[in-house]
Design a protein around this ligand. Structure first.
Ligand SMILES: *Cc1c(COP(=O)(O)O)cnc(C)c1O
Length: 398
């Protein structure tokens, strides 16, 4: 199909929930993707923080092909080596006790919410309240869009599940005023991703941890975007000096193969017994083999160190652009390779114009350019991206 045919067929047949860019992508290699007319793009979105190894990484391709040739799926009525291996790696890396593997971020959070409810009710029948943050994003299922404290994701879907309340992010006083022995969980992103790459104050999470301990509430960290090396550590909470009771992962975990996981302390996980949760596809050997390859490669290629180094370099480059275009960029912020340039105006035109010049970036929260490239990038790739952005900003400023 040619480009226009693909677009026309999709528009005619696919539910109209996505405001898509008029781009038909066909393949990729490393940090580049190609459209079906052969144009090349440097990809600093990576499928929304998913393609951590870039595109067509030989080790991921080989692992998926090999597993597909053996066993793609067999249900959770049986054991597989791929699942056991991934479970052990995630439990060891997190320092927590037990994992459950599903198919997406929302599903991971949904499972974490269910576990927290069971855990709370076992202590006290009305210990069911879940506190989340404004500007958060936790997914699109009914429970997770309720946890997501942004009306734009909720409107039209009422009645919403009960028991969720919200506080401003990074506001410990507000949390202290709301939390009680009826709270079963506080669920937060270590860095808010979709909400605009919002970083907490250095001591915020220590205080959240202390409040959760005081009231016997579980601390759920949604690391669906920040986990798997994105911030330069396997988990963003390693920067914070705390451990959660439950952490959720998805996006980068299998390098693009659908997967989600929640990992809990043994104490929290004990609230689940046989039959309490489940999934047909979740933890299938194909997705687990892909995740095993991703986690092995992050280690073998020292991608955590690379994410820290390239993140620093990217922020330095963006700060040069902020100095050059102070009327357009008001702030550069981030950690590792989740980086943002806050604009003084809506970002969609800039994203569009970068796309026409061969760079894929993203705008979130209306006016925040978000950069979540593959963790394999080098300085040359950063220079390529920032050169395109420089040209774009120069044209906007005119
Ligand atoms: C993307 C995201 C989700 C939802 O993941 P899906 O796979 O789209 O369901 C949840 N939480 C955070 C922090 C995310 O970035």
């Amino acid at each position: 199909m040619d480009k226009q045919t693909v677009i026309d067929v999709d528009n005619a047949c696919y539910m109209p929930v996505f405001a898509r860019y008029p781009l038909v992508l066909s393949h990729g290699e490393g940090p580049y993707v190609y459209d079906n007319e052969g144009r090349k793009y440097i990809d600093f979105l990576a499928g929304i923080a998913v393609n951590v190894l870039g595109h067509a990484h030989p080790k991921l391709v080989a692992a998926v092909a090999e597993q597909a040739g053996k066993l793609i799926h067999c249900s959770n009525l049986y054991y597989t080596e791929a699942q056991a291996t991934l479970a052990r790696t995630l439990v060891t890396a997190s320092g927590l006790g037990k994992v459950f593997i599903g198919n997406s971020g929302a599903e991971a959070n949904e499972g974490a919410i269910k576990l927290a409810r069971k855990y709370g009710k076992a202590i006290q029948a009305d210990k069911v309240q879940i506190i989340t943050a404004e500007q958060s994003f936790h997914g699109r299922t009914l429970a997770t869009l309720t946890a997501t404290a942004q009306p734009k994701y909720q409107q039209g879907y009422e009645p919403l599940p009960g028991g969720f309340t919200h506080v401003p992010f990074n506001d410990i006083t507000a949390l202290e005023a709301l939390i009680s022995d009826k709270t079963c969980a506080v669920m937060l992103e270590p860095i808010q991703g979709e909400g605009g790459v919002n970083l907490p104050d250095p001591d915020y999470f220590n205080k959240v941890r202390a409040l959760c301990d005081k009231y016997g509430a579980l601390l759920i960290l949604d690391e669906i975007q920040t986990g798997v090396g994105r911030t330069g550590r396997m988990f963003a909470y390693e920067h914070l000096g705390i451990t959660p009771d439950i952490v959720t992962l998805a996006k980068g975990l299998a390098g693009g193969v659908p997967i989600g996981a929640f990992i809990a302390t043994d104490k929290a996980a004990a609230a689940f017994g046989p039959g309490d949760h489940g999934s047909t596809f979740g933890g299938n050997p194909l997705a687990c083999a892909a995740a095993n390859a991703v986690l092995d490669t992050i280690q073998a290629e020292q991608l955590l160190a690379n994410a820290r180094e390239m993140g620093g370099y990217l922020m330095a480059r963006l700060n040069q652009l902020r100095e050059k275009y102070p009327a357009l960029i008001s702030e550069v912020r981030g950690q590792g390779l989740i980086v943002a340039a806050k604009l003084t105006q809506p970002g969609r035109d800039i994203v569009n114009s970068c796309m026409h010049q061969g760079a894929i970036i993203n705008c979130t929260a209306g006016d925040v350019l978000r950069f979540v490239p593959p963790l394999i990038i080098n300085k040359g790739h950063v220079d390529e991206l920032t050169a395109i952005l420089d040209k774009t900003l120069a044209a906007v400023q005119l």
